[in-house]
Design a protein around this ligand. Structure first.
Ligand code: GUN
Ligand code: ZN
Length: 423
């Protein structure tokens, strides 16, 4: 494999900008360079220094564009690609009216393969180099996404949704069938190339206690996998969970009592939580995927990022396509910022970028492999053009520091700003 030296501005987090002030968390080089060898970051530093040290390297000059680790989407539904931006419903009606009819189409391997390609193209356009994607109830949907990601050499996480109640008959498995099919898919795909399997009970309302226990048992047998589900997204959903699981203390307890909390359990949303639930997530080491465009689009509520960070709960950033209204992690960062403003705790641009890279990598337990420019990491790199449109360029030209330069792109940027680097 050849050695490539990428030249541009570089931004590297040496610490979490939630743990120290952003200025102390980041190393920025205006004339920076990233040396890539055999698919990994081999060195990071000043352009002149690395050019002199590595005359053998092929040069790719990205000018003033920012070189970053690729964005990591901590929670998405690839089968909802074609129904993104469906109007006017809240969660349960949205699932019944739009989502379940579309997901029923994924028993068809050709359709699943077609949407998998469309979805991965959209991720690529938006600088997303890794995601944790829910599939449908059908094993064909997992095979479609995993094989498409494998052909593209991607580090990707996916899993078959488990649902044995409160869904149309053609979208239901059983506790045993959900276990058996998930186990077979896990054995087929987990650790193949750069792929990882996520055990995926959709959420408490569509799984019986027996199915959640089966998912917990499968996870206990395969602790290297992650487990993903939804938690406390909307108030009606929470009331429904209370009536379906009358002996549980609360929504978190439904998962806690079935072996579905702990490091590597990724809870989508986690918006309306009691003090006990927050403590239980922190004490069990459970992770969260924050899905801000989804939370505004279907009217779910305002996630409390400050509380999650104070409790040191590993929290990633996610599109939640297609309740999320965008494939863009830039738009997702903008929505996270807007929600943080509505809570009176505005996120710093360093915190937004960190959440979309290393934060999501931590939430997916991939932070020893991706999410940073540290030497040794896999080189899934992107560039960010900080003047990708006339509106952004005129604002950026007034910037007096790097954060003022970056913030207009985080707020107003789209797929014109992002480019995945191919080595
Ligand atoms: N809760 C259960 N399923 C889903 C889904 O597909 N999208 C969202 N946003 N929430 C869910
Ligand atoms: Zn979701």
């Amino acid at each position: 494999m050849k050695t490539t030296l990428h030249l541009g501005q570089t931004l590297h987090f040496t610490k979490s900008p939630f743990e120290v002030p952003p200025g102390e968390a980041v190393h920025h080089e205006t004339n920076g360079a990233v040396l890539v060898k055999e698919g990994k970051v081999a060195a990071l530093g000043q352009a002149d220094v690395l050019k002199a040290a590595h005359p053998e390297a092929g040069i790719q000059n990205h000018g003033q564009h920012l070189i970053l680790p690729g964005f990591i989407d901590a929670h998405a539904h690839f089968p909802q690609t074609a129904i993104i931006a469906s109007w006017g419903k809240r969660l349960i009606d949205w699932l019944n009216a739009y989502t379940f009819p579309e997901e029923a189409r994924f028993h068809d391997a050709a359709y699943a393969a077609k949407i998998a390609e469309v979805y991965l193209d959209l991720c690529f356009d938006n600088g997303i180099t890794t995601a944790a994607s829910y599939c449908t109830i059908h094993p064909t949907s997992v095979d479609a996404l995993m094989s498409a990601a494998q052909r593209r050499g991607l580090r990707w996480i996916a899993g078959k949704v488990m649902m044995d109640r409160n869904a149309p008959e053609n979208l239901r498995d059983t506790a045993q069938k959900g276990y058996d099919e998930s186990k077979a898919l896990l054995e087929k795909w987990h650790g193949v190339g750069r792929l990882g399997y996520a055990i995926t009970p959709r959420f408490a309302p569509t799984s019986s206690e027996a199915q959640l226990e089966a998912a917990g048992a499968l996870w206990a047998e395969h602790p290297a996998c992650v487990m993903q589900t939804h938690l406390s997204e909307q108030t009606e959903e929470i009331a429904w969970v209370r009536s379906l699981f009358p002996s549980a203390r609360d929504y978190v307890d439904v998962y806690q009592s079935t072996g579905l909390t702990g490091p590597g359990a990724i809870m989508g949303h986690a918006i309306h939580l009691s003090d006990r639930e927050w403590s239980a997530l922190a004490e069990t080491g459970t992770h969260i995927a924050h899905c801000p465009t989804s939370n505004t689009f279907i009217g779910s509520g305002l996630f409390d990022m400050a509380r999650a960070q104070t409790l040191t709960i590993p929290t990633g950033l996610a599109t939640d396509v297609g309740a999320g209204s965008s494939f863009s992690m830039l738009r997702t960062m903008a929505a996270a910022y807007e929600i943080s403003q509505l809570r009176g705790q505005p996120l710093h641009p360093a915190q937004l970028l960190w959440l979309a890279t290393e934060g999501s990598a931590r939430a997916l337990r991939l932070d020893t492999k991706i999410g940073s420019l540290k030497p040794g990491m896999e080189a899934d790199l992107i560039t960010l053009d900080l003047a990708s449109t006339a509106a952004i360029a005129q604002r950026q030209s007034r910037a007096t520091n790097i954060w003022e330069e970056i913030f207009p792109t985080l707020m107003m940027g789209d797929d014109r700003a992002t480019k995945v680097l191919v080595h």
